[in-house]
Write a protein that binds this ligand. Structure first.
Ligand code: FCB
Length: 442
């Protein structure tokens, strides 16, 4: 499990790349970037540990793009920062921000990489919190305008674009579990956001299509769920978890409806006449992005809101996030999209990777052999799917750099490249070299 020589068995058209997001790497003290809900959340809940500096990718982006190219990857998934482009209000652009993404895209293209931008990876401008953020449909309208702007301004420079990164995290994790910005714990807020974020996606697709024939996708994070045991109540709890976490979003996007089971507990919290939006939400996609990390073990547990489950961790090998290695879940979801939703849509694994407690050794190197094993196991699942004829077209390792891991600040290292957060020095890890050794020959 310690080498990637099997990468040569992937089709030559398969795209290997890496992914990042704006707030996690750019550093929002640079280039006139405005504040986002994450700055506010960091101040309130994370002892002020925020993305002010992050990896200072704003100044180091040329070096970072070169690292991607030198590794042998062919694509780069990144996100546009809304508050960098529109720091103060929804009308006045920050020219430094506009220029930054031009320079970034030029550099990506100059290095022969394919850009895979995402429009929203969680850094909602702070001004929207005064209107309850994604709980307000007006925010969705503004997002459509923002999408239109991106398409007009940069649309000639990329083919594929994703609207939203992980709508489950934007809604449930951030408004029901309270673990991400804005940190609410309210079922009505969560359910409203579960709908509105999909509406924002639908309106964004419409706005993008005004200008050009982009190849549009959305990025879903699917999490495998297994019942604690075979008792009926645990099996039913697992179905409810799956319905809220996974099927809510894919059913809406592909089938234009929400799953009955989730509706049985959430429908009363949805906005009035929500059904009228479902057509727009399921307006058709050119590709689907799947982020996959781990599984959860589910146990029945009664709750006031009728969300009667609790998630537990199993006993398999774990990452530094305490997430189990469970590669089978990745092929399970690839097959599920293909069998149950759309058997033609191109599937991209837009994130997959692990946090490791990486340290520089006495030679100044980082030996992240567990990460090599993790990638190895997941890539083998993908290769098996491809050999079975499933349309998996690309894979993006999360992440290029150690970065700001949201609620965990800088304590969780996901990078192929180690970052010293004081000096901004980048040191490629062993996993980086393992990829490059094999990809550069393909
Ligand atoms: C995903 C996020 C990404 C990163 C990884 C570890 O949920 O999209 O930004 O934090 O998890």
């Amino acid at each position: 499990m310690d080498n990637f020589s099997f990468l040569k068995d992937f089709p030559s058209s398969f795209i290997f790349g890496t992914a990042t997001s704006s707030y996690q790497i750019e550093g929002n003290q640079y280039g006139g970037c405005g504040k986002s809900i994450w700055d506010d959340f960091a101040k309130r809940k994370l002892n002020g540990i925020d993305g002010l500096n992050a990896c200072n990718h704003y100044e180091y982006f040329e070096e970072d793009i070169k690292l991607i190219k030198d590794l042998g990857f062919r694509a780069y998934r990144f996100s546009f920062s809304w508050p960098r482009l529109y720091p103060e209000n929804n009308r006045e652009l920050n020219n430094e921000g506009v220029d930054f993404y031009h320079r970034l895209l030029d550099k990506i293209l100059e290095n022969g990489l394919e850009p895979f931008p995402t429009l929203y990876h969680w850094d909602l401008p702070i001004r929207f919190s005064h209107i309850e953020g994604w709980e307000n449909r007006d925010t969705c309208k503004h997002f459509a305008d923002f999408s239109y702007f991106i398409s007009k301004q940069y649309g000639d420079l990329f083919k594929k674009i994703a609207t939203i990164n992980e709508p489950w995290c934007v809604s449930w994790l951030s408004h029901y579990l309270g673990e991400h910005a804005p940190g609410k714990k309210n079922i009505k807020s969560a359910t409203t956001t579960m709908h509105n974020i999909l509406l924002a996606h639908g309106w964004s697709v419409e706005a993008l299509r005004v200008n050009k024939s982009h190849e549009i996708g959305i990025v879903l994070n699917n999490q495998y769920a297994e019942p604690l045991d075979q008792q009926d109540e645990n099996i039913n709890a697992t179905k409810l978890f799956d319905s809220i976490h996974n099927r809510w979003f894919s059913d809406a996007i592909f089938k234009g409806k929400y799953p009955e089971l989730a509706l049985s507990v959430l429908e009363k919290h949805l906005p009035e006449n929500y059904e009228n939006d479902l057509k727009k939400i399921s307006c058709g996609l050119n590709w689907i992005g799947l982020n996959y990390y781990t599984r959860s073990i589910i146990k029945f547990e009664k709750s006031e809101d009728n969300i009667n489950y609790k998630t537990l961790r199993g006993s398999l090998k774990k990452t530094d996030m305490d997430w189990e290695f469970f590669p089978k879940g990745l092929s399970y979801f690839i097959k599920r999209i293909n069998n149950e939703y759309d058997n033609k849509i191109p599937i991209y694994i837009t994130e997959n990777g692990m946090a490791n407690n990486d340290k520089l050794d006495s030679n100044g190197e980082v030996n992240d052999s567990d990460r090599i094993e993790f990638f190895n196991l997941h890539l083998r699942e993908i290769l098996n799917c491809i050999n079975e004829g499933l349309p998996v077209m690309g894979y993006f390792a999360w992440s290029l750099l150690d970065n700001y891991e949201w609620a965990f600040g800088y304590s969780k290292r996901f990078g192929l490249v180690y970052v010293d957060f004081d000096s901004y020095k980048r040191v490629p890890k062993k996993s980086y070299y393992e990829f490059s050794k094999n990809l550069l020959q393909v």
